[in-house]
Design a protein around this ligand. Structure first.
Ligand code: GDP
Length: 196
């Protein structure tokens, strides 16, 4: 029950507004519709927590949720669904990119991928772009309930093989917000990153 006390903290639209009191944070990234909000809500055991990130006007911002004193979960804008391409580009160049590259308290990125469509081109771009920071990426293959056991095992193998091919060191796990599976493994990784 790592995130059971998660509370919405703030929405950040500009780098200058990043919370100075943060000592450790993890960022959640992924394609729109991959299941990121559901995963955050599942980990937080909170039905509507992350949907604040979908509020019009906040979709290209960083949404901070406090887990403990000085410890935060940061919901990044979903990508791949270009509603307003200039707004999206400006947010990645002016806020999200610099945040991911330069944010000291950031311990790692949780990358949410739909287990039926893993490692899309934009996911690979994000992985290759973030890797030089030297910080870890943990991949949640979510909506695992939509796959048979055999497909789950195959998907895990395929994703691990593809990452090895790319020369990337990400850790990978299956997850389902619907069936609430994979929670303990995810909590283990995040708890370590955040020292919770
Ligand atoms: P986001 O855009 O990445 O935040 O995605 P959402 O969390 O809003 O989920 C997108 C859609 O996928 C919604 O219709 C969810 O109900 C569905 N969904 C999310 N997670 C799961 C899951 O683990 N299993 C199933 N079956 N559906 C899911």
């Amino acid at each position: 029950p790592l995130f059971r006390k998660a509370q919405f903290f703030t929405t950040v639209a500009h780098l200058r507004d990043l919370p100075p009191e943060s000592v450790a944070e993890v960022a959640f990234a992924g394609r729109s519709n991959a299941g990121k909000s559901s995963a955050i809500n599942t980990l937080a055991d909170h039905t509507r927590l992350a949907f604040v990130s979908k509020t019009p006007g906040r979709t290209q911002h960083l949404n901070y949720f406090q887990l403990a004193a000085g410890k935060f979960l940061v919901d990044l804008p979903g990508y791949g669904y270009a509603k307003a391409p200039e707004e999206v580009r400006d947010a990645w160049e002016g806020l999200i990119g610099p945040y991911l590259e330069g944010r000291m308290p950031l311990k790692g990125v949780v990358l949410i991928m739909d287990s039926r469509h893993p490692l899309t081109e934009l996911d690979v771009q994000l992985i290759e772009w973030f890797a030089p920071t030297g910080k870890p990426i943990h991949i949640l293959l979510t909506k695992a309930d939509k796959l048979t056991r055999q497909q789950q095992a195959q998907t895990l193998r395929d994703v691990r093989a593809a990452l090895a091919e790319l020369g990337e060191q990400c850790s990978v796990q299956l997850f389902s917000s619907l069936k609430k599976t994979g929670i303990e493994v995810a909590e283990g990784v995040l708890g370590k990153w955040l020292d919770l």
